[in-house]
Design a protein. Structure first.
Length: 233
């Protein structure tokens, strides 16, 4: 079903469609963690390749001339980058891919799940399922990798993710200025409700948000170091 001409139709927050997606993710997460603990990990490599293929296909689908919009179609959202790191984390098991997947997937991606900015531009059914499949994968994968496969966050993870994040912010903000866009909501808050609304106007919310992330990410790192020290002692 195509949306047709006129402004895009948005999914209502906490509508039955929203609650259904959250419920599926909530049920799937412990199942994947359990499978990660018991299996050899080969299925996670396969899942990574499948996720990578779907992500690339979805990105190319949105770049078609018939639907291309420079203000929304470029793969510059942090979720686009997170899908890449998630795929490579599952395929390689390398901490350089797991680290950003862990921090982004369990913080910024959660906002996309709780307060999604989901506007249907062409095909509501396809766009709905792809949104929740891809965002759900970015949440479930780091949980399975850390709590299922035993990869443990370190302060090197923390520093490395900050370098990637700041590089993405700088690049995306330049593109936003050049194209009058708002990728990553770095140049303005989302049209719907979000956590950014309580952090002040632009650019205040960027500074507040980065400060809050610094604290939260540190809280996601410190307990693992303490656990390692207690076990080695």
């Amino acid at each position: 079903m195509a949306v047709g001409a006129g402004p895009p139709v948005s999914m209502a927050l906490y509508s039955p469609e929203h609650w259904a997606a959250l419920l599926v993710i909530a049920v799937a997460t412990p199942l994947f963690v359990r499978a990660a603990r018991r299996g050899s990990g080969r299925w996670m490599v396969l899942a990574g390749w499948v996720l990578l293929a779907i992500s690339v296909a979805w990105g190319l689908w949105d770049l078609r001339p018939s639907v291309f919009d420079i203000q929304r179609s470029l793969p510059l959202q942090l979720s686009d980058l997170a899908r890449l790191t998630t795929s490579l984390a599952l395929i390689t098991g390398d901490w350089r891919w797991i680290a950003p997947t862990y921090y982004w997937g369990l913080t910024l991606n959660v906002q996309s799940l709780l307060t999604p900015d989901l506007s249907y531009a062409v095909d509501p059914r396809l766009e709905y399922h792809m949104y929740w499949l891809l965002h759900g994968a970015v949440l479930i994968a780091p949980i399975a990798l850390v709590w299922g496969r035993g990869h443990r966050p370190t302060w090197a993870w923390y520093r490395y993710t900050w370098l990637l994040s700041l590089g993405w912010m700088a690049t995306t903000m330049l593109v936003n200025v050049a194209t009058d866009s708002n990728y990553g909501y770095l140049n303005g808050t989302p049209p719907g409700r979000s956590l950014l609304d309580v952090m002040g106007p632009w650019p205040t919310y960027l500074a507040v948000g980065c400060g809050a992330l610094g604290v939260v990410w540190a809280g996601m790192t410190w307990p693992w170091g303490r656990l390692r020290r207690s076990r080695s002692g």
